[in-house]
Each structure stands twice: as structure tokens, then as C-alpha cells.
Write a protein that binds this ligand. Structure first.
Ligand SMILES: [Zn+2]
Length: 143
């Protein structure tokens, strides 16, 4: 099997255990790259993977999937301070907590669109996965 994703798509999604990405998007093995972290946040490391995905492995579209009931809605940036109090060191990374999942998807789309390293950065779509119904809702980037 060729290492290049058949559908030329890279998916960035939250690591949530209830989100079966391939099932939700109707994808088969070999169709896409999958990049997951807590919140599906577009961090510098996600941009690194997307850049390699596009420039070395031929993907051209980016799909972002966040979801209802995300753990990042229930914690705050205070999480970093609590960690520092416990272990004596504050992490360098931001928690990237959020309150409005639609707005969080828009921000992630914006980060992909404005990255100077990515090709065809206009082909970016964002969705919210409903963990109760199993349905995806597309987010309008312009609202
Ligand atoms: Zn989540």
C-alpha cells in the first residue's frame, strides 16, 4: 500500500475516546492522515505534521473535527498553575481550554489558513461531532 493518503486529506481531531473518526467521516484505512490531540488543537506540532503531510505525502485538504462535551470545556488555563504547584514546574504549553466549540473550530480553521507552510490552505473544513447522536455538523468559517 502506498503511504500517500488515497483521498489526499489530513484530519485533525480531538483524542476523545467516543469519537471514531473513520466511522464518522466514512473513511477507510489508507484514505487519510490522522492527527489527534486533546481538543484537536492546531498547535505548532500539528502544523509540523500537516506541512509534512502536504509537502512530502501529497495531501491537499484539511478537515478539523472537534466535539460536544470536550474535556477542554471543563478545565481552564489554571490547570497549568495547579500543575506548577504540584510538581514545581509550569508546562511550556497552553492548555487551550475553550467555552464555545463552534468558535474553537473557527479559530483552528484560521490557524491552518494563515500558516505560511501549508499549501492550498483554502481547502479547510471544520466540523463538530455530537457525541450523543454521532452526527457531524459543519461550521461556517465566516460567522
Ligand atoms: Zn475533546
Amino acid at each position: 500500500m502506498d503511504a500517500r493518503p488515497v483521498l489526499k486529506v489530513a484530519v485533525v481531531a480531538c483524542m476523545d475516546a467516543r469519537l471514531d473518526l473513520h466511522a464518522a467521516l466514512g473513511l477507510e484505512l489508507g484514505d487519510c492522515h490522522t492527527i489527534r490531540n486533546a481538543g484537536g488543537v492546531v498547535t505548532d506540532d500539528v502544523i509540523r505534521s500537516l506541512t509534512i503531510s502536504q509537502r512530502a505525502l501529497g495531501t491537499r485538504s484539511v478537515i478539523l473535527v472537534h466535539h460536544t462535551g470536550c474535556g477542554l470545556e471543563t478545565i481552564t488555563e489554571d490547570f497549568r498553575i495547579e500543575l506548577e504547584e504540584e510538581v514545581g514546574q509550569r508546562p511550556a504549553w497552553a492548555v487551550e481550554a475553550f467555552r464555545d466549540v463552534d468558535q474553537d473550530v473557527r479559530q483552528s480553521m484560521q490557524r491552518v489558513r494563515t500558516s505560511p507552510f501549508l499549501l492550498h490552505a483554502d481547502d479547510v473544513r471544520g466540523f463538530v461531532f455530537d457525541v450523543t447522536t454521532g452526527l457531524l455538523r459543519e461550521i461556517d468559517p465566516a460567522v
